[in-house]
Design a protein around this ligand. Structure first.
Ligand code: GLY
Length: 388
């Protein structure tokens, strides 16, 4: 564990925030123990609304965010040592077994889903059943690799005639740590070979010269040639979807942490510099850094994810550089605690103003806003466990 240097005033703010998280999670975990929450409806946790197919990505239990609630409970287990959090976390871990049985709904998001549930369980308790689930998920993710284009395919066939066999997305940088874990566990480098090749492709084709990133890159799945980019969840093609920038920032940092390849840290820093240069005075992050000037749509999730990545970069760099990354992370996290947190019993989620995408549902609660906020605060406290 690397302790980061912060001021006494910041330490007090972190301690107070940790206490607020503990208080909130104590009652929310009881209330939502049998759910796998995605958002809230009238303040109450609700699962992913199956009828909304706007993303055409996946549905039902296969929804890509279904690991985050388990992840929050494992973070609480790590923080408090209370057995009830492990018990509740295993409820969603076991429910996700249905996805293995159904098979067709599993996309590249196997990392998001099983790193924070089964693999977290295994990391923290050495549960052998959990290890098996993690390895199964890793094999499914590895099976999505296109060896000609050297990328992991994002989504399955949407059934609408559109050929997405060559689509890769920046979010996948957060899924490939499942492959690093599988190689560590099995002592078989096949998994990390795939992860490294995907990361190299992402570094070459997703990060633009100014440090901003593409969301979706389409390759020819037969020849591996890059065909075009798509705007995805951002404002438009060529714009700068902040959550995508955050996935890149944190994702390349994670590849560096696991594989110690300096190029990945440099890639993460390049994205971080662009991100930091664009943080508004308020510390609140827009959905897209290139959305129209007059519009104030925010995505608090992007702030929390980027903060996690920035804190990890701060741990990895020399003493003269640390402050750049750490102060940006603190600015965003303080903006979230001061302006976008709900600690009351009126809402099951903490973080407000999360947005699915620029052109779909905005300013709502989304479970991974809470997950990454908690992860960032525990990182600052120094009691974190890297679940990625
Ligand atoms: N991974 C999909 C998203 O960030 O919305």
């Amino acid at each position: 564990m690397v302790i980061i240097m912060i001021t006494d005033k910041d330490k007090q703010w972190i301690e107070e925030t940790v206490e607020k998280i503990k208080e909130k999670m104590a009652w929310v975990s009881e209330k939502s123990r049998d759910k796998i929450p995605y958002t809230t409806v009238n303040g109450t946790h609700d699962t992913y609304n199956d009828s909304d197919k706007s993303y055409r990505m996946s549905e039902g239990l296969n929804w890509w965010t279904n690991g985050f609630w388990g992840g929050m409970l494992w973070l609480m287990y790590q923080e408090t040592g209370e057995e009830k959090y492990a018990e509740y976390a295993r409820i969603s871990e076991k429910r996700l077994d249905q996805c293995f049985a159904d098979f067709y709904g599993i996309h590249h998001d196997a990392g998001f889903m099983w790193l924070l549930t089964a693999v977290a369980d295994y990391r923290l308790t050495k549960n052998p059943e959990a290890k098996k689930r993690g390895l199964y998920a890793a094999n499914l993710l590895a099976g999505r690799f296109n060896s000609v284009g050297k990328f992991i395919r994002a989504w399955n066939d949407w059934g609408n005639g559109e050929d997405n066999t060559g689509w890769a997305i920046i979010d996948c940088m957060m899924n490939i740590p499942l492959l690093y874990w599988a190689s560590d566990e099995t002592k078989d480098p096949r998994f990390s070979h795939i992860a490294l090749m995907h990361a190299d492709t992402a570094m070459a084709h997703f990060i633009r010269p100014d440090g901003s990133c593409e969301h979706i890159v389409e390759f020819d799945s037969k020849t591996g040639e890059k065909v075009r980019t798509h705007g995805g969840q951002g404002y438009e093609n060529g714009s700068s979807w902040t959550r995508g920038q955050a996935w890149a920032l944190y994702g390349f940092t994670l590849s560096y942490i696991h594989m110690k390849k300096e190029e990945y840290l440099n890639a993460a820093k390049r994205v971080a510099h662009y991100f930091i240069a664009n943080i508004p005075e308020s510390g609140l992050i827009p959905i897209d850094f290139r959305q129209p000037g007059e519009d104030a749509w925010e995505d608090s999730c992007a702030a929390a994810i980027a903060a996690c990545g920035l804190i990890e970069i701060a741990k990895a760099v020399g003493k003269y550089e640390k402050d750049l990354y750490l102060s940006a992370a603190l600015k965003m996290l303080k903006a979230l605690t001061e302006k976008r947190s709900d600690w009351t019993k009126d809402c099951d989620c903490i973080i407000q103003n999360c947005s699915e995408a620029y052109h779909t549902n905005k300013h709502m609660n989304i479970i991974y806003g809470d997950y990454f906020f908690m992860e960032a605060i525990y990182k600052l406290k120094g009691n974190d466990i890297l679940l990625w």
